[in-house]
Design a protein around this ligand. Structure first.
Ligand SMILES: Cc1cc2nc3c(=O)[nH]c(=O)nc-3n(C[C@H](O)[C@H](O)[C@H](O)COP(=O)(O)O)c2cc1C
Length: 357
């Protein structure tokens, strides 16, 4: 698939050149070698394999995982486009899983692509040890997820969320020391508002790239059962999340500089959405819900849409990165805005009764 796509899609995460910016994000579809091969066959430039960590509680949670697609008016049992779920971690022994992933990474490298290992943080010691195992297996990319949304609901100790820049720098520094020569990507939470400071801390501590942002936590009351959908709060994402991610990407680009690679995740449903993330500052996108909703063919669809969008504008993907972010202005820099009646603009956005004398 990727061989038929245009060179205009090429991108890079630091020293890692990629044929296109579409990465299959970590999740159940890429919890098997067959799933990872299917993502690559659909054209993905890379795969972040389903995460593990050192705690048995994270893997046990997978047996209690459940999923619901929600309509825009919050109805469960629909075809989407939002995905509400509580997931768990892959129940694999790290060295064996990483040996499988390293073999897949070697296969992927033959066509300029990659397969990465991923860890959802439980504690620093475990993260450092498991990162070292990924390096020993010969993997080239390690993604450290410090903000999986389930931290508050999962069993105690299973998943940790790092939202303090100093603590994040210490953690990333320790994992960096265990992964010389590897690409170290840090995936940040969607549940904090200090993402620019966290991105800067990760960069200073030696990360090669920062991925943002994790999904949100939500509760969805069902109108028939009057109980929460799935019975619990759970992680929630959908197309609505994408503009929020874009704002944090643009803010973070200012904090880390225009040459440090950022990746976007959360809400991509189309090639246009990948372009939007790029305009906000992302050099690549991690996409998952689309695969759960429509299969791996969704990745091929998104790539074809992005290729067509760039061809129609005679642009390369690299031309997009950061353009909207760098054009963003402050409220105070805006000129006064005149409405249809010649008065203030707010008058166009209220019912006529509001303006009655
Ligand atoms: C069912 C499910 C499982 C996931 N598992 C992981 C995981 O193990 N590790 C991780 O870093 N992210 C995980 N994620 C997050 C995704 O990789 C991705 O960042 C997120 O779903 C937002 O992108 P999307 O809107 O394209 O789905 C998971 C998401 C879902 C929906």
């Amino acid at each position: 698939m990727s061989a038929r796509l245009s060179p205009r899609l090429a991108t890079a995460i630091g020293a890692l050149a990629l044929p296109n910016p579409l990465i299959c994000g970590a999740g159940e579809p890429v919890m098997t070698a067959a799933g990872i091969r299917a993502a690559l066959a659909a054209g993905a430039a890379g795969v972040i394999a389903k995460s593990i960590n050192e705690r048995p509680e994270g893997a046990a949670q997978l047996e209690r995982a459940d999923y619901a697609f929600l309509s825009p008016d919050h109805q469960a049992g629909s075809a989407g486009p939002a995905l509400f779920c509580r997931s768990g971690l892959a129940p694999y022994e790290p060295a064996a899983w990483f040996a499988t992933l390293a073999a897949l990474d070697r296969e992927a490298a033959a066509s300029g692509r990659f397969v990465a290992a991923s860890l959802v943080l439980a504690a620093a010691e475990g993260a450092v040890r498991i990162a070292g195992l990924a390096r020993a297996a010969g993997l080239r990319v390690f993604e450290l997820n410090v903000g999986a949304p389930h931290a508050a609901e999962a069993a105690a100790g299973a998943i940790a969320q790092e939202t303090d820049p100093a603590a994040l720098a210490a953690l990333v520094g320790a994992v960096r020391a265990a992964t010389p020569g590897m690409q170290l990507w840090v995936k940040l939470t969607g549940l904090a508002s200090n993402l620019p400071a966290l991105a800067a801390a990760a960069r200073q501590a030696g990360a090669d790239a920062v991925v943002m942002m994790g999904r949100f936590m939500a509760l969805v009351p069902d109108l028939d059962s009057m109980a929460p959908v799935l019975g619990t709060a759970a992680a929630y994402g959908g197309p609505w999340a994408l503009p929020i991610v874009c704002r944090f990407l643009a803010q973070s680009r200012r904090a880390v500089g225009t040459t440090f690679p950022l990746l976007g995740t959360n809400g991509v449903r189309s090639g246009g959405d990948v372009a939007r993330l790029a305009l906000a500052g992302a050099s690549a996108a991690e996409v998952l819900s689309v695969v759960m909703a429509e299969g791996f063919g969704g990745l091929a669809r998104i790539l074809a849409e992005l290729d067509a969008l760039l061809a129609a504008r005679d642009l390369r993907f690299a031309d997009l990165v950061g353009r909207a972010a760098d054009a963003q202005q402050s409220y105070a820099a805006q000129p006064k805005v005149t409405g249809r009646s010649g008065g203030a603009r707010w008058r166009d956005f209220v019912p006529p009764e509001t303006l009655a004398e």
